[in-house]
Design a protein around this ligand. Structure first.
Ligand code: FES
Length: 188
């Protein structure tokens, strides 16, 4: 029988050189993806920044069983693979702050993006052309940025199309494969 108690977890991601912006973008979608898969409590995660630049994320799994299910979930696996491309996973005790009675971190406001749509948007893109994909979810011209993010902590994702073809760009902003749809909207 499944436990009904949630499990609070502290995870630490140290960005690889030049990868902090990508790490932040992934961190914004991490818990929303876990929630969409029924694995984490629908609560705003707390994010902090350690002195060495490591992002510390605190959230609540639904149960120990949910943790095991996450390891077998292909969407979550793809997302974690992206994390591994841009960051090292760090043990809490290896942060300098962990040796203090009161471990203090700079608070980082990384609100999850709004849901810009519940289905991907098919777009004919041209090889070598630059597109600005809306990351905040508030653009009225999904899947592209219309400037609605101004004044927020979001910035659009600059993406150069590798080839001329039709692509399906994420509108729900829960994809682990920005800006492309990875099917995450199906769980919303
Ligand atoms: S309007 Fe969403 S990132 Fe610009």
């Amino acid at each position: 029988m499944e436990s009904t108690l949630g499990v609070l977890v502290i995870t630490c991601y140290r960005p690889k050189p030049g990868k902090d912006a990508e790490l932040q973008a992934l961190t914004r979608t991490h818990v929303p993806v876990l929630v969409s898969q029924g694995l984490a409590e629908d609560r705003q995660p707390l994010i902090g920044r350690a002195k060495d630049g490591t992002l510390v994320e605190i959230f609540v799994w639904k149960s120990k069983e949910a943790i095991a299910k996450a390891h077998a979930n292909p969407l979550v696996g793809a997302l974690w693979a992206k994390f591994a491309e841009v960051a090292e996973f760090v043990v809490v005790k290896d942060l300098g702050e962990a040796s203090h009675l009161f471990a203090e971190f700079d608070f980082v406001a990384l609100d999850p993006p709004a849901v810009g749509g519940r289905a991907p948007v098919g777009v004919d893109v041209e090889a070598g052309k630059t597109y600005f994909w809306c990351a905040c979810g508030k653009s009225a011209t999904q899947p592209f940025c219309d400037g609605s993010h101004k004044g927020s902590s979001f910035t659009p994702l600059r993406w150069v199309a590798p080839e001329t073809r039709k692509v399906f760009l994420c509108a729900c902003k829960r994809t682990a494969d920005q800006p492309l749809c990875d099917g995450s909207h199906k769980a919303l």
